[in-house]
Design a protein around this ligand. Structure first.
Ligand SMILES: Nc1ncnc2c1ncn2[C@@H]1O[C@H](COP(=O)(O)OP(=O)(O)OP(=O)(O)O)[C@@H](O)[C@H]1O
Length: 309
């Protein structure tokens, strides 16, 4: 395998969540975090789980990472049930204090590689490669407390990508950063993905971030999280943020997430005409609708037209 680039395999789901219900139990009490959640992540995807606070996004990520067993349903990676944590699924959190403070940037990135049994010389070369990719070559010997929040985020991303996981799991990784740094991190992540085409599952409650970071978005309802819709968003990036189409898409997603009337009512006339006349019935946007993924180009174009409506 090419050590520096993530392979894009055949066009099949890498990660599959089917009817996943997740609960926390404490004695007789239980909290249902998600209910009957299904989605797929394809190789090279940038799938975003988007939903309000408490809808179970982080819990889903923990289950995919192998820390929580579903109460119902199944999670598979490459066709194999997920039963425990593994180096094929690496999580990047927003708390960058996850970087051991006594290790330098290089030490932090090398640490899991060495722990996994990689020879020191290879681990060092791999670490330096990814540290360079995130623009931190001048800081290889710096300690975390001397780095800004954005730089710590870059170290965490370098450390995760150096592991070459099958899927990178990102739990609101930029949420603690100021707006400008967050924007530049989104841009850098986009560039890294363009160069390396890794597979990513990204959790956020920011609609704008979801549109910028993802090529597809799974919308989750408020607690307990259920899939409300799946949207294709590959046409948006930071360049389109703030534009008319972007704003219209953001408003539409907001309505899909929060407006109960939208759930009950048919989609707006213009949208439903466009979608229902030109797309299969399953693509009309009244909720709980799941779009086939990834969308054929023809359909995604029409969906984006619908989103803009
Ligand atoms: N360790 C826990 N024990 C019991 N309940 C929990 C635990 N962790 C989370 N929950 C509950 O599970 C539900 C989903 O929480 P989760 O953190 O997954 O949501 P989230 O969508 O990631 O929220 P946020 O965007 O605020 O991080 C919430 O109702 C939360 O209170």
């Amino acid at each position: 395998m090419d050590a520096q680039r993530f392979p894009i395999g055949p066009h099949e789901a890498l990660l599959r969540a089917e009817g996943v219900t997740l609960e926390y139990r404490s004695g007789a009490a239980s909290v249902r975090a998600t209910e009957n959640v299904s989605f797929e992540v394809y190789r090279g995807d940038r799938l975003v789980l988007l939903g309000p606070s408490g809808c179970g996004k982080s819990t889903l990520l923990k289950a995919i990472a192998g820390f929580i067993t579903p109460r119902a349903g199944s999670l598979t990676l490459d066709g194999q049930p997920i039963v425990r944590p593994g180096p094929d699924r690496i999580v990047v959190f927003q708390e960058f204090d996850q970087l051991p403070p006594w290790k330098t940037v290089k030490g932090n990135v090398m640490f899991p590689l060495l722990a996994g049994g990689m020879a020191r010389a290879e681990a060092q070369a791999r670490a330096l490669h990814w540290i360079g990719k995130v623009g931190l070559s001048p800081f290889v010997d710096a300690f975390p407390h001397t780095l800004s929040g954005g730089m710590k985020a870059r170290v965490a991303i370098a450390r995760a990508l150096a592991m070459q996981p099958a899927i990178l799991l990102m739990d609101e990784p930029f949420a603690a950063l100021d707006a400008l740094t967050r924007r530049s991190m989104q841009e850098e992540l986009q560039t890294l993905w363009e160069e390396n085409r890794f597979t990513m599952l990204f959790v956020t409650h920011s609609i704008e971030e979801a549109l910028v970071v993802g090529n597809r978005i799974v919308l989750l309802s408020p607690h307990p999280g259920r899939v409300r819709a799946e949207l294709n968003s590959h046409q948006f990036d930071l360049g389109s943020a703030g534009g008319e189409a972007f704003q219209a898409a953001a408003q539409r997603i907001h309505r899909l997430l929060f407006d109960d009337d939208t759930v009950a009512a048919p989609a707006p006339a213009a949208l439903s005409t466009k979608l229902c006349t030109s797309l299969p019935t399953a693509l009309s946007i009244p909720l709980s609708t799941r779009l086939p993924t990834p969308l054929p180009t023809e359909l995604s174009t029409q969906l984006s037209t619908g989103l803009h409506a």
